[in-house]
Structures are given as structure tokens and as C-alpha cells.
Design a protein around this ligand. Structure first.
Ligand code: IYR
Length: 221
């Protein structure tokens, strides 16, 4: 074994056990919904940190972990983010979105008003880092969008598994997030993820889901 390698194994399980695990996980994950009506019930920093630690285990190009999570529960900052997001969304819904996009959003029932951005206890803002300065040298990261997307998927999965609701929110353009949060120029806003509990009267759109047969092609025996 090369000196820089360590053994890696996984516990052996029967096919039946594995199918049961897959079924359980599927049933849990298919119950996840994007939430736009949050309660103001607080969530501890410790719980949020433990979920971010899970996302931070994500694989990444050359193991660079080219992301940053900014976790906000300060009401003044949440307010500022809400105002800036709504200003952009008003422009988008007002004249920037083409009609086809507005039509696609119609069943989801969204509009430019985003009160949840300050009701929800936490806003997690993910930035992707395309390059960084290491020892005075500009070093490029590899696959930063893919890597950060994988970490985001693990983050929302972890939230759902511990019983917290999320929304993957992308006000567009998002550069106000870098300004409000004081992040440097090499950190590009990637996703704004409100995390909390659904409000008591929370509703979600009753929309059809694309069946798996439309998303999976087998080339297999
Ligand atoms: N960012 C806008 C519009 C929007 C865009 C997509 I693509 C969605 O799936 C949902 C909304 C908003 O949040 O209202």
C-alpha cells in the first residue's frame, strides 16, 4: 500500500437489508418539499453547525471544498437580505422574466414578496469559491459549481433527515449577498437556503412530479 494511502471498507450488508434502507430513505426523501411559509421557532447554532458539518463532508474537485457557508440569524441582516432580494425579484417578475418563465412559475405560486426571509430562524448562504489565494498565489479550484451543488444537496438532505424544512432560493442576480455579508470578490453567491420549521398553516403546491422513467435510462443487462 502506498505510504499516503489508508484502508477503506464498508460494512457488508445483505441485499435485503440494503433494499430496506433504500426504501426507507426514499420514503423519507420523497416527503421533502420546498417550504415558503416558515414558523419563527428558533433553532440552535449547535444544530445548524452539525448539519453544515455533514454538508462539509461532500466530495469536491481535488478535495478543495470550494464553498463557504454563511449562517445568518441576526434579524437586522435577515431584514436587509429580504429587502435586497425583494428589490431584485420585483424587477425580475416585473420585466426581466420572459413570459415562458412566468408561465413555468405559475403553478408554484411564487411572487416577489419574500416575508419568509426574515421570519425563518436561519438563512444559510452558500458561496462557491472558484479561486483562492494560497501562500500569496492565486490557486484555481476544480469543478466549483459541481462541488458546491453536491454539498448543497447533502445540506438539504441532512436538514430534512433531522426534521428541518428548507427552500433552495436563488434571487437573481444574487451579488447583493456578497455585499451585505462582506464576502470577498472570489466568493460567488450560489444558493440562499432558509432553514426552519414549516409554519402551522404552511401549504405547498400540489404539483405533479416527473416520473423516474423519464429521468433514468438503463443500458444494462
Ligand atoms: N427566484 C424567483 C423565481 C423562481 C425561480 C425558479 I427557477 C423557481 O423554481 C422558483 C422561483 C423566486 O424565488 O420567486
Amino acid at each position: 500500500m502506498p505510504a499516503n494511502m489508508i484502508p477503506f471498507t464498508m460494512p457488508s450488508q445483505s441485499e435485503e437489508q440494503m433494499r430496506r434502507s433504500a426504501r426507507t430513505l426514499f420514503d423519507q426523501m420523497k416527503a421533502r418539499r420546498s417550504c415558503r411559509f416558515f414558523s419563527d421557532q428558533s433553532i440552535s447554532k449547535e444544530l445548524i453547525e452539525s448539519i453544515i458539518a455533514i454538508a462539509h463532508t461532500a466530495p469536491s474537485g481535488a478535495n478543495r471544498k470550494p464553498w463557504r457557508f454563511v449562517a445568518v440569524n441576526d434579524p437586522a441582516i435577515k431584514h436587509e437580505i429580504r429587502l435586497a432580494a425583494e428589490a431584485e425579484e420585483r424587477e425580475s417578475y416585473g420585466h426581466r422574466f420572459p413570459q415562458a418563465w412566468l408561465d413555468a412559475l405559475e403553478p408554484i405560486g411564487t411572487n416577489a414578496e419574500k416575508p419568509f426571509l426574515e421570519i425563518v430562524p436561519w438563512l444559510i448562504i452558500m458561496f462557491r469559491i472558484d479561486w483562492e489565494m494560497i501562500d500569496g498565489e492565486r490557486v484555481h479550484n476544480y469543478y466549483p459549481a459541481e462541488s458546491t451543488g453536491i454539498a448543497a444537496g447533502m445540506f438539504i438532505t441532512a436538514c430534512h433527515q433531522v426534521g428541518l424544512a428548507t427552500l433552495t432560493h436563488t434571487p437573481n442576480p444574487m451579488k447583493f449577498l456578497r455585499e451585505i455579508l462582506g464576502r470577498p470578490a472570489n466568493e460567488k453567491p450560489f444558493l440562499l437556503i432558509p432553514v426552519g420549521y414549516p409554519a402551522k398553516d404552511c401549504v405547498v403546491p400540489d404539483i405533479p412530479k416527473k416520473p423516474l422513467v423519464d429521468a433514468l435510462q438503463w443500458n444494462a443487462g
